[in-house]
Design a protein around this ligand. Structure first.
Ligand code: NDP
Length: 323
């Protein structure tokens, strides 16, 4: 048997239960992975509440590291004993063991431990595509990063600074501001009152070419108002709730803006893109340009507590759940 956190209904953290489930057999093209660490991500909250849909009962979670213990027919890319990690649909990572398509697995380099591997795949690959593909940050750019002390946020701050950009971070508390500064943000704003005015002051009126906004509903319009003409609004998350309907004409009125709502799934759908994204991420981590801050760990069986902390904005950096 395997242990897993399962939900039988959508709702608050209390709907998550630690249950016995039969250990799955790897089918053709699949690998059975024994998890060493499971990544906690905001998307797990969306699957728990039902904002993102999945059939019930369900085991949530999209990211983990561990060891391959068996493979199905036709699998040659990984073998039993390999240290691997992944960040991918379908959900099912909140378990001691699971099967997953072998082409979604990447081998972990020797210099990356399991906790770091579980923490970095989803948030780190997200930072990679946001900074290198969605909007390609250039040396000298000044960029705006919301939730700068969060999981994706701390990686964005470090990586953008490494690329030669000046980061304006936005956080909710002075302690988080200190953390964002220590991780590369040159300017940190506490709260989003008067955000466009603050960005105007910091940039001398130029405003920013890109905003990375993971907060959603509460910040969307303020973020739009921080953009320079032809700027890119990257709305990549909904921590405060989903952004509602958009008036497309507003993008013209505000300066011929670009708007995108990207997802990691699209950017890593092809195996070649997954490998290239990971290779870039592993490089900055192994070089020391980016440090994955695993600032909280919880037993996997206490995933509900981890969700409470994440939703109450009590976490910083990355969090892993230990089976
Ligand atoms: P975080 O560690 O960033 O945690 C969420 C943070 O959002 C909080 O710490 C808080 O920071 C901020 N926040 C603002 N408003 C609220 C609110 N009302 N309730 C809760 N938190 C709020 O999480 P992750 O790093 O896991 O994810 C960050 C975001 O990025 C999420 O929205 C996630 O869905 C998105 N994401 C999108 C991906 C994509 O491909 N599109 C991939 C990965 C993540 P503060 O207190 O400083 O305001």
């Amino acid at each position: 048997m395997t242990k897993a956190i399962r939900i039988h209904a959508h709702g608050g953290p209390e709907v998550m239960h630690w249950e016995d489930v039969p250990t799955p057999e790897p089918g053709p093209g699949e690998a059975l992975v024994r998890h060493a660490a499971v990544g906690l991500n905001y998307i797990d909250v969306y699957f728990r509440t039902g904002l993102y849909k999945s059939p019930l009962p369900a085991t949530i979670g999209m990211e983990a590291s561990g060891t391959v213990i068996a493979v199905g027919d036709g699998v040659t890319a990984v073998a039993p004993g390999d240290r691997v990690a992944y960040a991918s649909a379908p959900i099912g990572a909140y378990a001691t063991e699971r099967t997953i398509a072998a082409d979604r697995l990447v081998r972990l380099p020797g210099g990356i431990d399991f906790n770091t591997g579980a923490a970095m795949m989803l948030q780190g690959m997200t930072a990679q595509y946001l900074l290198r593909r969605t909007y390609r940050v250039q040396p000298g750019d000044t960029i705006l990063v919301h939730a700068a002390a969060g999981g994706v946020g701390l990686i964005l701050c470090q990586w953008a600074k490494h690329l030669g950009a000046t980061v304006i971070g936005v956080v909710s508390t002075p302690d988080k501001a200190d953390l964002a500064r220590a991780n590369g943000a040159a300017h940190v704003l506490v709260g989003y009152a008067d955000l466009p005015a603050e960005v105007k002051r910091i940039t001398g009126g130029a405003m920013v070419p890109v905003v990375y906004d993971s907060v959603g509903k509460d910040t969307f319009m303020a973020s739009i108002d921080c953009l320079a003409p032809l700027g890119m609004m990257v709305s990549y998350g909904n921590s405060s709730g989903p952004v509602g309907a958009i008036d497309v004409g507003m993008l013209a009125a505000k300066g011929s803006l670009f708007l995108t709502r990207p997802s990691l799934a699209t950017y890593t759908a092809k195996r070649a893109d997954l490998e290239a994204t990971c290779a870039d991420l592993f490089k900055v981590v192994l070089d020391g340009a980016v440090t994955i801050r695993v600032n909280q760990t919880f037993p996997l069986s206490e995933a509900a507590e981890a969700h409470r902390a994440l939703e109450a904005r009590r976490t910083t950096g990355s969090t892993v759940l230990l089976p």
